[in-house]
Structures are given as C-alpha cells and as structure tokens.
Design a protein around this ligand. Structure first.
Ligand code: NSP
Length: 220
C-alpha cells in the first residue's frame, strides 16, 4: 500500500512536472538564465529560508518525539545541508550587498508561501506544518537529481544544482519524508487529508516561486 507521502507526491505530480518544465529551471540548466533573474530569486529566497528555519524550530517546540525534535532543531540551524554556506558564497559572488537586501521587500508569492506555512502551524497542527515543509526538501532534491545528469555550463548554476543533489540534502529529504509519514501514521483520516492539502499547496507555491523570480514579480 502506498505511504501517505507517496500519495501526497502523486497528488502534486502535475505541479511538480510544471516546476521541472519551468523556463527558470530549463534556463538554469542551459546556462541562459539571466543573472538578474537569479539575483532576484536569491534575494527572495533569503526571506523564504529565514522563515523556513524558524518554522522548523516552532514545529519542534510543538512536538514530543525526541528524534523528530532533534532533526527539526538541527534543520532550524541549517545543519542538514550546505545551503546556508553556499548562499553566502552566491551573495558575495553576485555582489548582493546588505544595502540592496534592505531595499528589497518580500514579493507577493514569497509572502504568500511563508504565510501559508505559518497558517498550517498556527491554525492547523504541527503535522500539517511539517507536511507543508516537505516539498521544499523533496522537490528541490528531485530537481537536483534531474539536473545533475547534464549539469549547467554556468559555475554558479552548477553549484546550485550540486547543493540539491548532495548526499547531505538527499539524506535530509529522506528523513523529512519519514517524519511526515510518522506524523501521518499518528493522525486520523481527516488530519491526513489536511496534511495532503498542505503539501499540495506548498507545491503550488514552489511552482509560483520560479514564476515569481522569472517575472521579477512586484507588488505593483
Ligand atoms: C522556495 C524554496 N523552496 C525550497 C528550497 C530548498 N531548501 C529553497 N531554497 N527555496
């Protein structure tokens, strides 16, 4: 029988395919993605990742299983992968200054994605919030695995791809899948359905994150 996370994955399959096929991803792999677009993405993703870390901590505070808590607290400190370190290098390489960051407001889709995850925690449950975090690991790991086969001719894009195909990120993804399955096994059917909705909505926001960056989305 399919696990809860396999069912979530199936329900989000079309959205994930649209992410795999998105021009942002295609051009990243081909090396033709404009640097300005990647810079825009990095500045918005900074907001996303700061809140993503904070959510790990808040979800852990609301759970009792010691192994799950430990994984989430470590995730809050960015200990499961090299994403935080590589992002510092990207910011230096692309000369994204603190003044530029200060002048960049969070864009609509990044704002909505973050608000969705906090909503799942504050109006829902830690299990729904954990399900909302899962596409962040799993979709990026699948993108990394797809793109690594050919790679990208642009060094910084290749480093981006490497991050999400890495052993550390793949292992963190597997652990997060297990955590969501475990939380699902302790939930009733109605809660499992809500966890699935949280996962699919995050997959929607993941797709629109590429679109947001590709179009340099602004509030007006
Ligand atoms: C929006 C988003 N989703 C996922 C990831 C991978 N941690 C990310 N950096 N940004």
């Amino acid at each position: 029988m399919a696990s809860l996370t396999q069912k979530m994955h199936q329900q989000a399959a079309e959205l994930w395919q649209e992410s795999f096929d998105h021009p942002f991803i295609k051009e990243l792999a081909a090396g033709s993605l404009p640097t300005a677009t990647f810079r825009y993405y990095l500045k918005q993703d900074r907001y996303y990742l700061a809140n993503f870390g904070d959510l790990h901590k808040q979800i852990a505070d609301n759970l009792s299983n010691p192994d799950i808590k430990q994984f989430l607290y470590e995730g809050a400190q960015g200990l499961h992968d090299d994403e935080a370190n590589i992002r510092k290098e990207f910011f230096d390489e692309l000369a994204i200054t603190s003044a530029e960051i200060a002048q960049t407001p969070i864009a609509p889709n990044a704002y909505n994605y973050v608000a969705h995850m906090y909503h799942e925690l504050n109006e829902g449950s830690p299990a729904r919030a954990a399900a909302a975090l899962l596409p962040c690991y799993w979709l990026y790991n699948e993108i990394g695995k797809k793109l690594i086969k050919k790679g990208s001719p642009v060094k910084i894009y290749q480093q981006f791809i490497n991050t999400y195909d890495s052993a550390g990120f793949t292992d963190a993804t597997s652990q997060m899948i297990q955590i969501v399955d475990q939380l699902g096994s302790e939930a009733d059917q109605s809660e499992q359905a809500k966890m699935t909705t949280a996962f699919v909505r995050s997959s929607y926001y993941e797709l629109h994150f590429w679109a947001m960056a590709y179009k340099h989305q602004q509030w007006a």
